[in-house]
Ligand binder design. Structure first.
Ligand SMILES: [Zn+2]
Ligand SMILES: [Zn+2]
Length: 76
């Protein structure tokens, strides 16, 4: 699971779970402004910065839904 960092690593702008943010494959996290200024390249690892998928539900919610889906598969 992705670590959802709560702030930009460059300018410390707060990044909510549903805010747009850019991450590299090592999960370095940057805000939109910084990602643009960095030309979508991570300054730490030179990787591509990609738009982070937003997370609208908590991990416990997802676990519950997943468990329910499994149960529904087992039960007729
Ligand atoms: Zn920033
Ligand atoms: Zn990186």
């Amino acid at each position: 699971m992705l670590k959802m960092k709560a702030a930009c690593e460059r300018c410390s702008a707060p990044l909510g779970l549903t805010d747009e943010a850019y991450i590299c494959s090592y999960e370095c996290t940057f805000c939109l402004v910084c990602a643009d200024e960095l030309h979508r390249e991570c300054p730490n690892c030179q990787g591509n910065l990609l738009l982070r998928p937003s997370r609208n539900s908590s991990p416990t919610q997802v676990a519950k839904t997943g468990f329910k889906a499994k149960l529904e598969k087992i039960l007729p």
